[in-house]
Design a protein. Structure first.
Length: 310
């Protein structure tokens, strides 16, 4: 069994409009844009990162905004809901705020004893804010969102699957423990994790497979401390029969990827070197940062990217 995974590192989704996406996460949800770079495989498209002050692993939502991308179709074989942690008692504040800003599909519920507010992002992305008592992570506070209600980072994610058995086995191998079941949802938890340490599984045997597009999660990344731990995880997965990519340098972390039995793309990412490797913490996310191989084309790349608000 793998013992080095701490919880989530980041979640990466797709969007249809960069300015709209930036505004939703920085203005509506009050997260900090911690990096403005490009898709390493398609430099005509931004890669935008939002999180806490430093972009701490377990807090970072990232997006590839492909202009005018077709909207995704929800279904199975995907991350159906990305869950953020907020302090206990914060749901009322967030309901009023989201309503006032025209956010769609707002609903409140309880799961595993916690109050939640569910809503859609600009492209129909499925989100939930979950009240978590005693989360000690320090939030980024802005846009009139105080420390007493601000997002702390991820709580976890919910997977929609035809069948959960193989994914349950995989999560167990990755160090997650089955914790509880509630209203048809099975919860797995990393003991002593990083706060972003729950995965919920929902079996939807008669639901069609999802179609990726704007509003879809592209992949979900799990955190390990460093490259040495990552190599151990890679070997363990390959020894178990998973087809895992070589280690890929993503500038702010190293990454490996593999496809799960349920169809979801998993990444294992390192906590090192972090988002401050090429920017001072006080100015994270302000300048366009490019991988070294694209620097010679900076002028052309910048000319093709839609300017974002500050």
């Amino acid at each position: 069994m793998i013992k080095d995974i701490k919880g989530l590192h980041h979640v990466t989704s797709m969007a249809s409009d960069a300015r709209q996406n930036n505004s939703f996460f920085t203005d509506t949800l009050g997260l900090r844009r911690v990096k403005k770079t490009v898709n390493f495989d398609e430099p005509s498209v931004y890669h935008l990162y939002y999180g806490d002050e430093k972009g701490t692993p377990g807090t970072v939502m990232t997006y590839f905004p492909f202009q005018h991308m077709m909207q995704g179709r929800p279904g199975v074989g995907e991350v159906g809901e990305t869950q953020f942690a907020v302090p206990k008692g914060a749901v009322g504040f967030w309901r009023e705020r989201l309503l006032s800003q025209g956010v769609k599909a707002i609903d409140t519920d309880t799961a595993f004893g916690a109050n939640r507010i569910r809503f859609n992002g600009p492209d129909g992305d499925g989100f939930a804010l979950v009240e978590v008592d005693g989360d000690s992570r320090m939030p980024w506070t802005s846009q009139g969102i105080g420390d007493d209600v601000a997002i702390r980072g991820f709580a976890g994610a919910r997977f929609h699957l035809h069948d959960t058995a193989a994914t349950e086995e995989l999560l167990g191998f990755m160090g997650y423990q089955r914790a509880d079941a509630d209203k048809g949802v099975t919860r797995f938890v990393i003991p002593e994790g990083n706060g972003a340490d729950t995965i919920d599984l929902v079996a939807l045997p008669k639901t069609p497979f999802a179609r990726q597009g704007a509003g879809s999660v592209h992949h979900i990344a799990f955190a390990v401390d460093n490259r040495a731990k990552q190599l151990e995880v890679r070997k363990a997965l390959m020894d178990t029969g998973y087809q895992v990519t070589p280690v890929i340098d993503r500038d702010y972390f190293w990454a490996i990827y593999f496809r799960t039995p349920g169809g979801i793309l998993f990444e294992v990412a390192t906590n090192e070197p972090g988002f401050d490797r090429d920017e001072d913490t006080a100015h994270l996310g302000e300048a366009l940062k490019l991988p070294g191989r694209y620097e010679a084309f900076r002028e052309e790349i910048e000319a093709n990217l839609e300017p974002l608000a500050a």
